[in-house]
Design a binder for this molecule. Structure first.
Ligand code: M6R
Length: 369
């Protein structure tokens, strides 16, 4: 049941405030994060972890990339992210001190399942971040951290993505607390961000009308680029994937700093570029770098669509369109920034008369390797 929406994807985009609230529920209290499923592994085991590898495919891998920044920062454990289908071919170094966190909405993705089995055989501690209850991957893993985002029907993942990021952040905060690597204030600040998140997500969902207008003018675009820095980089990759997947438009995401190492040659007159601008309040250095990136591409004729936090006027002279989002700490920005990108893909798909929920050549769950 699409609940009155034109597509499951539209419905699921609007469900993100509740989805994320459901991921957090029962896992925070009195300013601290405690995930019962992780606690069951025993504090000692969590204290000995010296390396985390996050695995997943597609959107799940981008959620993993975003989660990696936060887990490394909060738990002070080196974290790397690998595509599930690449993982075992590199003969990864795994010990009983390695935690392998798999991210999968369906919990049935064969590439990820095979990677998890490989990790189990090689003695790693396996944690599954999964949305579908009692799927194979969480059943096989040592611990299952369900996202509780509710069923996701559209092939293009939306609410599962924001819920996965949330779950990974909670894991980072839990590990940080158990390992004594974050202070009570940092923990309490993050918990407060989680509490404020649903309302901010609701506001971000309201970017729909502005995005619909933008998409109307851009329906003929042959290629769209997305730029971000830090956690904005995987968010850019996710924006590009959405567009390829459901609007069949060539799209690429780049780390903004990488532009000058090659991709800037792509910038030609009228080339649309979405730029995810970090907050000037909480990330002033990154912000100024991204603003210079905008100036560089604008000078070469790009059509710049800047996604900024409300009140950031620094991009106004250089942006053709500005999408304003509520204020949030750096780690929480991707959860908001991805929403206009999801709407954009949906609107371009609709404008081209395509089936938003069932794109060609794709299945919701990829159960072959
Ligand atoms: O069920 P999973 O999260 O394991 O699926 C992984 C990818 O196949 C999935 O995220 C895919 O990239 C989506 N269709 C993206 O929208």
């Amino acid at each position: 049941d699409k609940g009155g929406w034109s597509s499951f994807m539209a419905k699921e985009i609007t469900e993100q405030p509740e989805a994320v609230a459901n991921t957090v529920r029962g896992r925070v209290s009195a300013g601290t994060v405690e995930i019962p499923e992780l606690a069951a592994l025993g504090a000692e085991r969590l204290q000995t972890i010296d390396r985390v590898i996050i695995i997943g495919c597609g959107t799940a891998s981008y959620a993993g990339m975003i989660g990696a920044y936060a887990i490394e920062q909060w738990a002070r454990i080196p974290v790397e992210v690998q595509l599930s289908h690449e993982f075992r071919y590199r003969d990864p170094v795994l010990t009983d001190r390695t935690m392998v966190i798999s991210v999968s909405q369906s919990g049935e993705t064969m590439d990820t399942l095979m990677a998890v089995k490989y990790a189990i055989e090689h003695g790693a501690v396996t944690v599954s971040v999964c949305n579908s209850q009692s799927a194979t991957i969480p059943r096989e893993s040592d611990a299952a951290v369900y996202t509780h985002a509710g069923p996701e029907v559209a092939v293009a993942s939306t609410k599962a993505f924001t819920a996965q990021i949330t779950a990974l952040y909670l894991i980072g905060l839990h590990l940080g607390r158990v390992r004594g690597t974050i202070d009570a204030q940092t923990q309490a600040d993050a918990v407060q961000q989680f509490e404020l998140l649903p309302e901010k997500l609701r506001e971000a969902v309201e970017s729909h009308d502005q995005i619909a207008q933008l998409a109307h003018w851009m329906a003929d675009s042959r290629s769209v680029l997305f730029l971000g820095r830090h956690v904005g980089y995987p968010t850019a990759l996710e924006g590009a994937l959405k567009l390829k997947e459901i609007a069949y438009i060539h799209a690429e995401g780049f780390a903004a700093g990488e532009l000058k190492h090659g991709p800037i040659a792509l910038i030609d007159h009228g080339q649309p570029v979405f730029v995810l601008v970090p907050s000037p309040r909480t990330a002033p250095l990154m912000h100024s770098k991204v603003v210079s990136n905008i100036q560089e591409i604008r000078a070469r004729g790009a059509r710049v669509i800047a996604v900024v936090e409300k009140g950031d006027t620094s991009v106004l002279p250089y942006a053709d369109d500005v999408i304003r989002l509520p204020l949030a700490d750096v780690f929480f920005e991707p959860l908001l920034q991805v929403i206009p990108l999801q709407w954009f893909a949906l609107e371009l798909s609709t404008a081209k008369g395509l089936d938003v929920d069932q794109p060609r050549n794709l299945a919701k769950s990829v159960t072959v390797e």
